[in-house]
Write a protein that binds this ligand. Sequence first.
Ligand code: ATP
Ligand code: MG
Length: 457
Amino acid sequence: MIIPSIDPEVRRIADRIIQSGKKAFLVGGAVRDAFLRKPVMDYDIATDATPEECMSLFPFAIPTGIKHGTITIVPRSRRYKVEITTLRKEAAYSDGRHPDSVTFVDDITQDLSRRDFTINAMAIDLMCNAFIDPFDGEKDLKDKIIRAVGNPMERFQEDGLRTVRAIRFSAQLEFAIEPNTLVAIAKCSDTLSKISTERIRDEFSKILLTAKPSVGLRLLSDTNLIKEIIPELEICKGISQPDHGEQDVYNHLLSTVDAVIPDNLSEDKVLILRLSALFHDIGKPACYRAENGKISFYRHEIESEKIARQILLRLKYPNRVIDKVCHLVRYHMFNYEPGWTDAAIRRFVARVGFSSIPDLFTLRLADTMATTGKPISWPALAEFRERIDRILEEKQALSLKDLAINGEDLAKIGIPRAKQMGEVLSELLDNVLEDPSLNTKEKLLEIAKGRYFEGFK
Ligand code: ATP
Ligand code: MG
């Protein structure tokens, strides 16, 4: 095994620990990713120094989990963080999520034996650059296998989160799950109920960010874990939709998630788009109607939005993510005919909000790709996009804040700052969407006076 070179900033931190007479090992994901030649995101160092000793060596460290023995250092470059954890062994896990107690030890093998998978239980001894691999992680890394350290049933019963982590690593690294480990995941699926929602959600998000999320999503379903996370997806199985060829709703949702291509998009954006793809038709089973041999899902986007909101709230996604996903799900069925007037296009943009347009198009293209297997099968969509872009370039008014007048102006002519003012403003916007030349202070005040004061005569 050739030891990968260690980042100089991490090396300096390790050297300070070693110079104080203590041991230092690189452990966990950094060792795994270095051997896979993947960019290392964060470094974990294990040491026999106590957390207090570590804090005195690194006074600027953050005591992130000092009780369990972890402190965090953000190096000057801020490219990553380094967590220093005191070597430890864990007592029994009677609650299925945390060890009853943690004891600090000085033996690296003991520390590695509490870790989840063999590929995560390798270490590099930073004192002599030796590779420590008591569970044959290197072999599993070469064979592309996720295997629990020790007895898989026991390890999943100790901490149910490991079941989803196994699937997440399998999906992320494109590794197979070792058969005994896979069987144990399915047998322990109910252990997830003891795990905090936030931890499950974070692993689930990582699955959605992989190159082909359907692989991880299918594993979650095959092992019954999905029933603990998003049971609503299971109901979509077997719901056929004649306009989608052979694909039932379930398979269509998974194909749409895969069809959201991450190129040039931030991780945050990819997550929002993939959640939207996963939920865009989830309301279809509830809206299924078969009349005169014709199947329809009338207004399913409204039901999908409702279900998506329930799921995302339950999984404790931030409100910002929930609102964006629900908005995209709600409007994913948008329609366009080349005969539309510019006013109709302006009304569409005003309704969905121009900042949502690129995401709405990306979602629609993924939806189309999943349905037809072809990248673009709707030339009108490109034309629609061009017409929207032209309107945006011309900086025509599309929302209340683009109007040539505001509440202040209306107050001056005697319209009270109450519900009526909101109504007048939105009526003015309707007028301007229809005819942009009305967007001058003079003309709008005139319309406002007419509408408001006439209404009281
Ligand atoms: P990532 O790239 O996602 O950060 P990672 O392997 O570094 O992958 P972390 O969650 O950062 O994963 O955990 C660091 C290490 O701690 C793991 O490699 C593993 O050795 C150990 N570990 C983390 N979570 C668990 C767990 N639930 N049970 C056992 N060991 C765990
Ligand atoms: Mg990590």
